[in-house]
Design a protein around this ligand. Sequence first.
Ligand SMILES: N[C@H](CCC[C@H](N)C(=O)O)C(=O)O
Length: 293
Amino acid sequence: MSALDHHRFLKMNGLGNEIVVVDLRGSKTRIQPHEARAIAADPRSRFDQLMAIHDPVVEGTDAYLRILNTDGSESGACGNGTRCVAWAMMADAQMGGSPERLTLQTKAGLLPAWRVSDLVFTVDMGRPRLRWDEIPLAEEFRDTRMIELQIGPIDAPVLHSPSAVNMGNPHAIFWVDDVNAHDLARVGSLLENHPVFPERANISLAEVRGPEHIVLRVWERGVGLTRACGSAACAAVVAAARKKLTGRKATVSLPGGDLTIEWRESDDRVLMTGPVELEWEGTFAPALFAGAA
Ligand SMILES: N[C@H](CCC[C@H](N)C(=O)O)C(=O)O
């Protein structure tokens, strides 16, 4: 028996980043890593991130979000998933009813989110953290705009000197001339687990096309290749602006589509705007959790 037996879920996506939303408000249930892995393994509830909505813990916030990856690990941030949650809390027949502007708490802090149009939302993803020990990196780098990385004997020696940014979760951004010229599926896991990243890292390849345009491919920590990653898009614009490769506002093109990112000068916060899509809803079959480990 699992408390999740027959529990309702929404299968959504943000630019093809696969998201499952589960409403656990009013319940003490916390989804365990083995349950997350079982949910991810079922094609009906496949996800890159599982977004669990919990009762707020801080006054003035609308909910606490727990974010789980396919491998059962937890993340402090998920931009595409947070937009999906905002839609669900405003518009879903059962989860909905919240105001058109929300404050959602994650491990990474308080994230305001609001509706721009029917299926387009903005999330204020907070301030980037740029010091080596905040990212975190295993050793001191005084300038995280470019960190030297010993990558070892993989035959992709052109991947080197990434920028590092924490956007509620750790990101490394490798600057390349052509994102399609590299086999990220092959080197992603090696880079994600590189010893310089004690909490692992989300790995991006970024191609700067102009002062307001970045093309991005992402290998996500705890997941693998995904069609889009909102926090990586934020991290890429922050890193590009710090290196003066772009301005503070840019469009980031991912395999699943475009996000608009602005690193606001006035308060250092990063705003991410993009679409959401509801695919279907379902309930977890008890068989899913029987024998899951
Ligand atoms: N897809 C998410 C990020 C997931 C990050 C997760 N893979 C981690 O462990 O940090 C996004 O849209 O921001």
